[in-house]
Ligand binder design. Structure first.
Ligand SMILES: O=c1ccn([C@H]2C[C@H](O)[C@@H](COP(=O)(O)O)O2)c(=O)[nH]1
Length: 164
């Protein structure tokens, strides 16, 4: 299946970033990083949705989307999906077609993140598939996503270095 995100590269990069952040901020006794990262993912989905206002802000006369901001939020979502996969020890995932519109993808991604973290349901394939589909439905090419992901990955390292 053709994908909008080069997940193999994303996972390779995320493994290093996750390890780097864990060295700076070691996991505390009893801390559930899957729950925290699932919530971080939900907040990024909300931020992305807030840039693509036209899918839900029916009360606004002129809900103009901000494509650059939307792309930045989308690659934050991509970061956290891979991060959750790593945190959960996912070895194998399989992308599948998702028949949802943008609104359904935003809401579904949040719901799946909740199910994974709190219900312990095995829905990682659904989660990664929804986020992949979202990138395309928001109008981004695989090249747009790869470029923005690489840029944000570098920013994440400099933020760690500067004690952000
Ligand atoms: O454990 C973490 C913490 C942060 N990030 C990355 C994902 C996003 O690109 C960015 C989100 O951080 P803020 O920009 O919202 O601070 O950091 C991770 O990948 N793993």
């Amino acid at each position: 299946m053709e994908t909008n995100v080069d997940w193999q590269t994303v996972f390779q990069m995320q493994r290093k970033l996750t390890q780097h952040i864990a060295e700076n901020y070691p996991v505390q006794d009893g801390e559930d990083r899957v729950k925290k990262k699932a919530f971080a993912l939900m907040t990024e989905v909300a931020e992305c949705g807030n840039e693509e206002k036209s899918c839900f802000k029916f009360w606004k006369a002129n809900p103009i989307p901000n494509h650059e901001e939307m792309l930045e939020e989308h690659v934050d979502i991509v970061h956290f999906v891979a991060d959750i996969g790593i945190e959960m020890g996912i070895k194998d995932y399989k992308l599948k077609p998702v028949k949802e519109d943008v609104l359904g993808l935003f809401a579904g991604t949040m719901y799946l993140a909740y199910l994974l973290a709190y219900g312990k349901f095995n829905v990682f394939d659904d989660l990664i598939s929804s986020v992949d589909e979202l990138g395309g439905k928001l109008g981004f090419t695989p090249e747009d996503i790869a470029r923005a992901h690489k840029r944000k990955n570098e920013i994440n390292y400099s933020r760690q270095a500067s004690g952000y």
